[in-house]
Design a protein around this ligand. Sequence first.
Ligand SMILES: Nc1ncnc2c1ncn2[C@@H]1O[C@H](COP(=O)(O)OP(=O)(O)OP(=O)(O)O)[C@@H](O)[C@H]1O
Length: 307
Amino acid sequence: MRSEPVVQVQALEKRYGTKTAVNGLDLVARQGVTAVLGPNGAGKTTTVEICEGYRRPDSGTVRVLGLDPVRESAALRSRIGVMLQSGGVYAGARADEMLRHVAKLHARPLDVDALIERLGLGSCGRTTYRRLSGGQQQRLALAMAVVGRPELVFLDEPTAGLDPQARHATWDLVRDLRADGVSVVLTTHYMDEAEQLADDVAIIDAGRVVAQGSPEELCRGGAENTLRFSGRPGLDVASLLKALPSDASAAEVTPGSYRVTGKVDPQLLATVTSWCAQHGVLPDRISVERHTLEDVFLELTGKELRS
Ligand SMILES: Nc1ncnc2c1ncn2[C@@H]1O[C@H](COP(=O)(O)OP(=O)(O)OP(=O)(O)O)[C@@H](O)[C@H]1O
């Protein structure tokens, strides 16, 4: 049984002047970690900011923890944590003061000192926000989003520009939030981040969700996979092709190295090995290459750069 949605977006539309940023978007996020992926300008930040109550939709329905982020923003504010791309903090304030201030606004905050330690901000406490490095500002924004022990956290590109240590510390924090029952909706351009953290992935392109599912489901369903085997050079590829389903293809890529592409499932593997048996071929190597989330992403959203 899957849990109730923590975020439910239906037929969402948002325009900036003549530019349509979100174009009939449907999205469901449930308990756990949901990663929202999409090319530059796809509408991720706009969608997330509408869910957070920072932007008004032009049309459509949005419910976050069952609440309308516009009409019930006061009730929602105390239950969600928000990490904005731009930080959204006063540049002249000291890092530790800011975090303590945010903690005091909540009934059951996390331990501020432990959080500072955890995110490697120990040496930054007395430094003003504007003097922190980009990565430190990023980590402080993350700390501010989670310190109030929210039920749901929105993280907009939480690890963009972070060094590998800070990236892993952020991932560990997200995993701990998840283990504590906190739901997380994060946007990212890092496919490995989505693969590492997400229970569910939504891919957005041109203001719409073009695919949603677990990383495994997306990698299994969306893209074609590849089966490779090696045998003696010059095998009768045309005969192999005849044995395969009509949507599969086969080629000798280099002498003695064969590639079969298509929906590579156990049946297709059996067809290839049985064809090999009939033709006296003992492959000295046979492998199935699963497509990565990046392959699926590029297949769904294309390879051209976005303006
Ligand atoms: N305040 C704004 N005024 C006008 N246009 C905007 C505004 N904010 C976003 N846009 C436009 O709306 C579209 C969607 O932007 P959005 O920031 O939601 O995309 P995104 O998927 O988060 O992109 P990125 O990955 O680059 O952060 C883009 O074409 C962007 O230029």
